[in-house]
Design a binder for this molecule. Structure first.
Ligand code: ADP
Ligand code: MG
Length: 676
């Protein structure tokens, strides 16, 4: 804790940091999970079951029992009745506190026990003669092990008293939106008066909650706007090509660009030609042809005398990109380098030397590529595939490397408008809204796993007709080893069951050379059936594959299923996707599978996904670390988000000092966010 006013022991500071509490303002904004009502005493006889209440009485009995297990039992009585307090773990000090004749207050839920009514592990304390009841509800905070509620309450109380809580919003704004004062809002949320219905607090409907949500959304919109503006002032090389390399690649491709591909390419070209860094998100459903757009953008950078880099979230995907781009670019006389965490040291050094000298015009690798210390001779364009897997933090971290290269981020996960507006407001967005022609829609079937044998028959039939197929093994979240084992077993099983079919296996733990060899064999149709773990989820492209079987589809999320299914339906042949499920299905699994059955439209799937899951998880908070919003939910609070956006514009124009004060409060200690 870096405040001169608030001193915290180092050990406590460490625990606070685990909660993300570093600055005193973080403590102010650390809000309770729930509240306990210690403002009133309930008569023991009136205490309802299963409701937290506070009772007060005198200890009549206190005993330590050893049977059936060691426990402390205390009989507490008031004028109306008596109740047992039972502790399964207790300290000698607690035993002492419960001496017969002592007056105690206990907070907990009364329930029916074997020996009559009881409270298990109530919170207790001794009452003196002139003990007064608190006037506000008692907050219960999220915490970590070793940091108790009373310490947190004390520190938060100090922060509330010492920090400057004066309002950052102009009075006109507060009046227009009928928002309470900031200091009032935080005080209310930490110590609400007892007449505040618990439910309104829990539902976050109080004006105090609105205030915090608005402040947070406003800070986010301001920060994004400022980032955007800074970027407009930042310098980047103007990348204008003569079109020579592009023409050569286009001439060599077996297809013409779709109108949508041409449109997004024009948008990218305009950015590349400008002297400010591009930060553009290229969205396009699975199979819409983002890779070729990326390649053409890279060629413009190369024509202009700069280098380009492409990074992907998984090694398998990075490798696929590498192989494809090498095939496309080598005939143009260009050098494509490949770098990955698993390659030999000598190979990696060679790749790095080629990047540093400028000998490699394009480098492909996993995203570690941008995290290590890497020198490029002249990096002009960085392309990030499957951007939705990288959090905002990583997006910002990237921007510092290699001067200010232009950045193109690509995502197959369509981000609903509200999320795009809140989380990606600092980016420009291009959308490929059309699939290449000649694709036949994928037919999806939901089949009970009991009929797995028939599905194997259908695979044999498809292969006999010259088709290729994927067989995706179930996701086993609790154990990667088990998941591998399942893939290996399935491979053996399918080989035995389908004589005459070449069955390949690919999984995350294979050496990358082996993985590449299997993928190459599958691409050349030397392998007809590919057994895979979910490593093929993103980006793998084998147009002749037209059948996909996914085992235990009920365990997978919608985004993942959509990505997997997108591996087929890339050629002219009619494609099928079989989702095998194990009955009985949970309601959520049923809802997900129905969505998959009903539509292949990625935008619709994303919308449904958002509804089923909520936005935090949708954006992959798990992968990307701390979510940016703690109080507001851009979907549920969309009207507030709209207001915050409009006010962000007004404040930047009319109240620069309010902007400063507001960001200092809400981004305390996170200023690097603004510098990125
Ligand atoms: P994604 O957008 O999912 O990354 P890809 O870039 O992998 O999609 O493209 C999917 C497939 O479509 C690839 O085989 C690619 O070569 C092909 N493709 C891309 N653009 C076109 C087009 N304009 N016409 C026909 N096929 C195309
Ligand atoms: Mg792709």
């Amino acid at each position: 804790m870096k405040s001169s006013r608030l001193t915290v022991a180092p050990a406590t500071a460490q625990k606070l940091a685990r909660l993300g509490l570093v600055e005193p303002m973080d403590l102010v904004l650390h809000l309770p999970l729930r509240y306990e009502d210690e403002t009133r005493i309930t008569a023991i006889a009136d205490a309802p079951y299963q409701h937290s209440v506070q009772i007060e009485g005198e200890v009549r009995q206190c005993e330590v029992r050893r049977q059936p297990r060691k426990q402390l039992r205390v009989l507490l009585a008031d004028a109306s009745g008596a109740v047992w307090l039972r502790f399964l773990h207790f300290y000698p000090s607690q035993e002492k506190l419960c001496a017969v004749g002592q007056r105690l207050r206990a907070v907990g839920e009364v329930r029916r026990g074997f020996q009559g009514d009881e409270m298990v592990h109530p919170k207790i304390h001794a009452v003196g003669d002139n003990d007064v009841l608190p006037e506000a509800m008692t907050p219960v905070y999220p915490t970590v092990q070793g940091l108790n509620q009373s310490t947190l309450r004390r520190l938060i109380g100090q922060a509330l008293a010492l920090e400057d809580l004066s309002d950052t919003l102009p009075a006109a704004l507060r009046a227009e939106l009928a928002l309470p004062d900031f200091a009032d809002a935080v005080h209310t949320l930490h110590h609400p008066p007892p007449d505040c219905a618990q439910q309104a607090l829990a539902l976050r409907r109080l004006p105090a909650w609105q205030r915090l949500k608005f402040d947070e959304l406003l800070a986010q919109q301001l920060a994004m706007r400022i980032l955007y503006r800074q970027r407009r002032h930042g310098g980047s090389p103007r990348l204008c090509g003569d079109g020579r390399l592009r023409q050569a690649l286009l001439a060599q491709l077996p297809f013409a660009l779709t109108a949508a591909q041409q449109r997004v390419l024009a948008e990218i070209d305009a950015d590349l030609a400008s002297p400010h860094p591009m930060r553009r998100l290229l969205q396009g459903d699975v199979g819409s042809g983002k890779t070729v757009v990326a390649a053409l953008a890279a060629l413009t950078a190369i024509e202009a005398g700069y280098q380009a880099a492409l990074m992907a979230p998984t090694e398998l995907l990075a490798e696929q990109h590498y192989l494809k781009l090498r095939d496309w670019l080598t005939p143009l006389g260009l050098t494509v380098a490949w770098t990955s965490g698993s390659q030999k040291k000598s190979e990696r050094q060679a790749a790095r030397a080629a990047m540093a000298s400028g000998a490699a015009q394009l480098t492909v690798g996993t995203h570690a590529l941008f995290q290590d210390d890497i020198d490029f001779a002249r990096l002009g364009l960085a392309i990030v595939d499957e951007q939705h897997r990288f959090g905002v933090g990583q997006r910002l971290a990237l921007s510092g490397k290699g001067g200010e290269p232009h950045q193109l981020m690509m995502s197959a996960t369509p981000i609903p408008r509200t999320l795009a507006m809140s989380y990606y407001a600092d980016l420009d967005v291009s959308v490929i809204d059309e699939l290449p022609p000649g694709r036949t829609p994928i037919v999806t079937k939901l089949i009970n796993a009991a009929r797995r044998g028939e599905v194997m028959g259908a695979v044999a039939h498809a292969v006999a007709q010259g088709r290729q197929a994927y067989w995706v093994c179930p996701l086993i979240e609790e154990s990667e080893t088990l998941q591998l084992q399942t893939a290996v077993d399935t491979h053996v099983e399918l080989q035995a069951a389908l004589p005459g079919v070449a069955v390949g296996l690919v999984h995350g733990r294979m050496k990358s050379a082996d993985k590449a060899a299997v993928m190459a064999a599958f691409s050349r149709n030397e392998v007809q059936l590919l057994v895979a773990t979910t490593v093929i989820e993103v980006g793998v492209d084998v147009p002749n594959a037209s059948l996909m079987v996914i085992e235990h589809a009920e365990r997978m999320g919608l985004a993942q299923l959509h990505q997997l299914r997108g591996r087929v339906g890339r050629g002219a042949a009619e494609s099928r996707c079989v989702l095998l499920f194990e009955a009985p299905l949970s309601d959520l699994a049923k809802a997900r599978l129905k969505v998959m059955y009903d539509t292949t439209d990625g935008f619709e799937i994303a919308r449904q996904d958002l509804q089923l899951r909520g936005p935090g998880e949708f954006l992959g908070a798990r992968q990307s670390g701390a979510p940016m919003l703690r109080f507001a939910d851009p979907e549920a609070d969309q009207p507030l988000l709209d207001v915050a956006r409009n006010w962000a514009t007004r404040l930047l124009a009319e109240h620069p000092d309010a902007v400063d004060a507001h960001l200092r409060r809400w981004l305390s200690g996170k200023e690097q966010f603004l510098r990125a």
